[in-house]
Design a binder for this molecule. Sequence first.
Ligand code: FAD
Length: 278
Amino acid sequence: MIPPVASRFVAGEEPATALEHVRSLNEREIKAIVNLLGEHYDSRAPAEDDAAEYRTLVRDIATSDLDACISVKPSQIGLDLGEDVFRALLEEIVDEAAQRDVFVWIDMEDHTTTDVTLDAFEELTTENDGGVGVCVQANLERTREDVERLAELPGKVRFVKGAYNEPAEIAYKDKAEVDRVYRELLAYAFEHFEDGVAVGSHDPEMIEYATSLHEEHGTPFELQMLMGVREDTQEELAAEYEMWQYVPYGGRWKSYFYRRVMERKENLLFAARAVLGR
Ligand code: FAD
């Protein structure tokens, strides 16, 4: 059972509780990106189990008529075991999703996985007429070139600042520099991406910049934020823009919750207050 303090960030351990959360979001005009928590499996069984759960989730989303899609981590579906395992399991998920018209996002992990992830995205989004999306990270120096390649493909691209602590030889380490590159990538994307731009950020300055680019270019776009972060703002933005909430669920919630608490001291304070009942 997930303690109340963590349930701000995680929508329960079971798919049914996650879908309940999705329904309540949909009632407030917010769409959902559902993610089963799990990563870096070093054996086949959990990777296959999670892939099977995603296929069931896709069917449940389609039959319950929810405004939702899924987001999958490469190392959750076998990347650490081999590119072939990852590609095979991802293809099974995308096939199921395509049949039911459910969109599939591929999360981006650390820089050692970027090429494999982009290659899998390119193949699947081309085969499935843009029913797949991928995430790119502003903190990696290579991303500007990757984005030029992605502009030629169907499917959606989610722009984030980057969550992984990458080596200085290949990444921007200074926050102001990451912010600058993030803006440059958004400017490029709003000019060149026909299928729209997904802005995965809680940063008010980046959101304002994205809306101004939308006004300038007319490019369709969506905003994406995590469950439990700036939820009031999510509701306000949903009244005007396409707003998606990333909704993690599952038994492996502890490390995800720990990350959310560690990345921002306000979250730590919130957690402490909840534990102390104040
Ligand atoms: P930050 O630079 O962290 O913060 C900028 C400003 O935003 C802050 O000053 C504050 O005003 C506001 N803000 C930020 N956090 C909070 C908060 N908790 N509460 C209140 N205000 C806040 N990373 C990956 O590497 N791969 C992925 O696949 C990936 N997918 C993601 C999907 C989604 C939907 C989102 C939202 C993020 C994803 N990320 C991913 C994480 C991303 O890379 C960043 O680490 C994370 O979003 C923090 O950066 P930021 O742009 O939100 O703003």
